[in-house]
Design a protein. Structure first.
Length: 371
């Protein structure tokens, strides 16, 4: 039975701010979350204790333009949909709730989403509903369409799913099964994932935008013992069925939603102490898997996989990879992979499928604007 969506009023109306209000001079900071849509365009977050800057390049990293400046962390990862559209979630601590010098006045909200549809010339900012109950788990389908998970009450807590279809001008919410991850591949098709003690994570599937959820049991990998357990994470992009990444003590696997998650594809992974295993899909269908300082590429999840070691310094590991076609890949590293740590990595780029990697400094020089 479909659950009703209820109106969830926003604290205030979204606002649009100009990127030109961000400080013009940004240098000497570690790189955090990145998002790249093409071989030449993308966004990178840099920062240090108590400050964050979002930078944009349209010329393959030759120059960078600061677009957003705020005093909190980046929540999750930014999303780039094409060369002009992107979205991200900003952590905004009480008392420092301004972006680009603009005082938000969002009623003490500690999470604000930001979206652009003009390559970051302006940014659309909006609060999430009841952010003290926001879990930090969200999914952008487009800059205007966003789902997020809330927790209501305690012992036991109730999961609510909130969504906006108009960039935060209006929100609606509905009761939902327990979930820690949410992802949609279309306005209708989505998944919720919840952890279970002593067993595999529970998968819930929706075909109507989150109003109805159906439990789905994944087949166990053929080469590991039954009921081995493990954690699931969705890998989603608009127009492509969700892929589920399974991390277990028996290995790392991927289930392809385009085939109903009927087969577990074992991925080539290097054992890592921090457990960071990544999977990314390029616009042309290329698949990248990464862990530690190793990268593999294939034409599909079934392989064969070609190993491409990345010559990183000993203190750096791969944090993100973006295959954007024609042999071009962007790669982001980190020195502190634990959640909640400040940006600490660097950005690299290859134009020959990983034969040569070039460090790309993320900084800008210029007269300091409003801070």
């Amino acid at each position: 039975m479909a659950l009703p969506w209820r109106l969830s009023p926003a604290a205030t109306a979204p606002v649009d701010i100009a990127a030109t209000r961000a400080p013009r001079e940004v240098a000497g900071f570690g790189v955090g979350g990145t998002a790249f849509a093409t071989a030449t365009t993308g966004w990178a977050m840099v920062g240090g204790p108590g400050m964050s800057r979002l930078m944009y390049t349209g010329d393959a990293g030759a120059t960078w333009t600061p677009q957003l400046a705020w005093h909190g962390p980046l929540l999750g990862r930014p999303s780039a949909f094409d060369a002009r559209r992107a979205g991200l979630m900003l952590g905004v601590p009480p008392g420092n709730d301004d972006v680009n010098g603009y005082q938000l006045a969002f009623g003490g909200h500690t999470a604000v989403f930001a979206a652009t549809e003009n390559a970051g010339t302006t940014w659309h900012l909006g609060p999430v509903p009841d952010s003290p109950q926001f879990t930090g788990m969200f999914h952008f389908l487009t800059p205007r369409q966003l789902w997020l998970i809330r927790r209501v009450g305690s012992f036991p807590a109730q999961t609510h799913l909130a969504r906006t279809r108009d960039g935060g001008a209006t929100w609606a919410e509905t009761d939902a099964p327990e979930g820690v991850f949410v992802a949609f591949s279309s306005p209708s098709d989505g998944v919720l994932i919840a952890p279970r003690d002593g067993g595999p994570d529970m998968l819930q599937v929706s075909g109507d935008g989150g109003g109805t959820w159906t439990p789905h049991r994944l087949p166990e990998p053929a080469d590991v013992p039954a009921a081995i357990g493990g954690s699931l994470q969705p890998v989603a992009r608009l127009g492509r069925p969700v892929v589920l990444l399974l991390r277990s003590i028996g290995g790392v696997y991927a289930y392809d939603g385009s085939h109903g998650w009927s087969q577990a594809h074992r991925l080539p992974m290097t054992p890592t102490r921090n457990g960071s295993h990544l999977l990314a899909f390029g616009a042309g269908g290329q698949v990248c898997a990464a862990s530690g300082r190793d990268l593999w590429v294939a034409d599909d999840l079934g392989g064969p996989w070609e190993h491409r070691p990345v010559p990183l310094p000993a203190e750096e590991t791969i944090a993100d990879v973006a295959p954007v076609g024609m042999g071009v890949l962007w790669l982001t590293t980190t020195r502190y992979p634990a959640p909640g740590t400040p940006p600490s990595g660097r950005l690299y780029r290859t134009e020959n499928e990983g034969a040569v990697w070039t460090p790309v400094p993320v900084e800008s020089q210029g007269r300091t604007g409003h801070d």
